[in-house]
Write a new protein. Structure first.
Length: 88
């Protein structure tokens, strides 16, 4: 449904942001992985995301550091990222 809408509207570029970056923003049927598979040009707005992470679990870093690790993973394997201040 999302892909059909994007095609119908002629949308080829998406800026993605949201919470649970390592879950919903990356894995949902309308999220980064699926958009990349469909050939949609995607960028993550890294300062408007937050990971689902518990600092009491591995790798035992702060919540912010956990979010940064998720963003680094996305940049390495899925899509580039940018900050909201870079949106014109």
């Amino acid at each position: 449904e999302v892909y059909s809408y994007l095609q119908h509207q002629g949308i080829a570029h998406l800026l993605i942001m949201g919470v649970h970056t390592n879950m919903c923003v990356l894995h949902r049927t309308f999220a980064i992985k699926q958009m990349v598979r469909w050939g949609v040009d995607v960028a993550l707005i890294r300062d408007l995301t937050d990971a689902m992470y518990n600092p009491a679990m591995p790798p035992y870093v702060s919540h912010d550091a956990g979010t940064s690790l998720v963003v680094e993973f996305i940049e390495k394997f899925w899509c580039p990222s940018m900050e909201s201040k870079d949106i014109i």
